[in-house]
Design a protein around this ligand. Structure first.
Ligand SMILES: [Zn+2]
Length: 299
C-alpha cells in the first residue's frame, strides 16, 4: 500500500472537516465576525499557515485546482511545502495561474488578477483581532465587538495622525465589514484592501494558533477606516514599473538587482508577472516572425 493512501482524503478526519465547515458557514452568515473553532494539530508548525491549511483541507474536493502563494510568490518555501502536502493527500491539480485555480491559499497578498464567484481565497492569519493593539484582553475585545464600541481604535488612528502626520499602518489596515464588525484583513498591503469591497469571491480568513475563522462573503461592503480629512490611500507606485514584465498599476516589490546593484521594482505577484512576461515574449516572437516573412516575401 502506498504510504500516502493510508491517510484520509485531505489528511484531516471527517469530523474535523465538518467542524471547520460549520464554522465557515457561521462566519459567512455574520461577515467580519470571528468564529472560534477547534483548531487541529497538523504536520506543520503553528504560525506557518495551519489556519489557512485547515480551511483548505476542509473545503478541497478531488476536482479542485489549487494555487498557494506566499507574499504573492508561488515558489517560496512555505507555499511550495503546503502545495506538496495538499497534493500528496488529495492528488488535486496544482496551478500558478490565478484564473485557473478554484481554491487559492495565500499569505499576505490578494492575487493581482480579479477573481470570480467560482473561486475561494483562503487567507492565513497571524493575529485575527483588529483591536489587539488597543486592548490586550480577549474578554474585553469580544465585549467591544458585541457593543460596536470601537472608540479606542478610532482614537489610536487619531493619535497616529497627531504623531506622524498620517495613519502609519501599512499592512493589517483595519476595515469595517458590512457596516457592523471591524476586522483585521490579515497582513495584506493597503493596495489589496479595495479588492475586498463588493468582490465576487468568497474570502475566508483563518488563524490556526488563535483558533479563529472569519469571512467576507461575495458582494459585501468593506470599508477601510478613515477620517473625513485623512482619507485611506494605497501605496504609491506612480512612475514605477516591473523590471521583468513591464507591468504598471500592480503591487511592486523593491529589490536590488544582482548584476547592476541598482534598486529595481518587480511584481509581487509572480504568477501574474510570468504570464505577462511570456505573453509579451510570444508577441515579440510573432511580430519578428511576421517581419521576417514580409521581408522574405518582398524579396
Ligand atoms: Zn512583472
Amino acid at each position: 500500500m502506498n504510504r500516502k493512501n493510508r491517510y484520509n482524503f485531505a489528511f484531516i478526519d471527517e469530523d474535523a472537516k465538518r467542524e471547520i465547515r460549520r464554522k465557515i458557514l457561521k462566519a459567512v452568515a455574520i461577515p467580519g465576525y470571528q468564529v472560534p473553532f477547534a483548531s487541529r494539530e497538523l504536520p506543520i508548525a503553528r504560525g506557518w499557515g495551519t489556519g489557512g491549511l485547515q480551511v483548505t483541507l476542509a473545503l478541497i474536493g478531488p476536482t479542485d485546482c489549487l494555487k498557494v502563494i506566499d507574499q504573492g510568490c508561488d515558489d517560496s518555501v512555505n507555499a511550495v511545502n503546503i502545495k506538496h502536502f495538499v497534493q500528496s493527500v488529495t492528488n488535486v491539480k496544482i496551478t500558478t495561474d490565478t484564473t485557473k485555480a478554484t481554491l487559492i491559499q495565500t499569505r499576505h497578498r490578494i492575487p493581482e488578477e480579479p477573481m470570480n464567484e467560482n473561486q475561494i481565497l483562503v487567507l492565513q492569519v497571524p493575529i485575527p483581532e483588529a483591536l489587539r493593539n488597543v486592548e490586550p484582553s480577549e474578554r474585553q475585545t469580544r465585549r467591544m465587538h458585541a457593543e460596536g464600541d470601537y472608540t479606542r481604535l478610532w482614537l489610536y488612528l487619531y493619535e497616529d495622525i497627531v504623531k506622524y502626520g498620517d495613519v502609519s499602518i501599512g499592512a493589517r489596515y483595519p476595515v469595517l465589514v458590512n457596516g457592523r464588525y471591524i476586522m483585521d484583513p490579515s497582513p495584506i498591503p493597503r493596495w489589496d484592501i479595495p479588492k475586498l469591497h463588493m468582490a465576487e469571491t468568497l474570502f475566508i480568513f483563518s488563524a490556526g494558533r488563535e483558533k479563529r475563522i472569519y469571512a467576507i462573503p461575495p458582494y459585501t461592503d468593506v470599508k477601510p477606516l478613515e477620517f473625513e480629512d485623512y482619507k485611506f490611500c494605497v501605496e504609491d507606485f506612480k512612475g514605477k514599473q516591473c523590471a521583468r514584465c513591464g507591468s504598471k498599476g500592480v503591487f511592486l516589490d523593491e529589490i536590488i538587482d544582482d548584476e547592476t546593484g541598482k534598486r529595481i521594482y518587480v511584481c509581487s505577484d509572480t504568477g501574474y508577472c510570468h504570464k505577462v512576461a511570456s505573453k509579451s515574449k510570444r508577441k515579440n516572437a510573432i511580430s519578428q516572425n511576421y517581419q521576417y516573412k514580409t521581408a522574405g516575401s518582398a524579396g
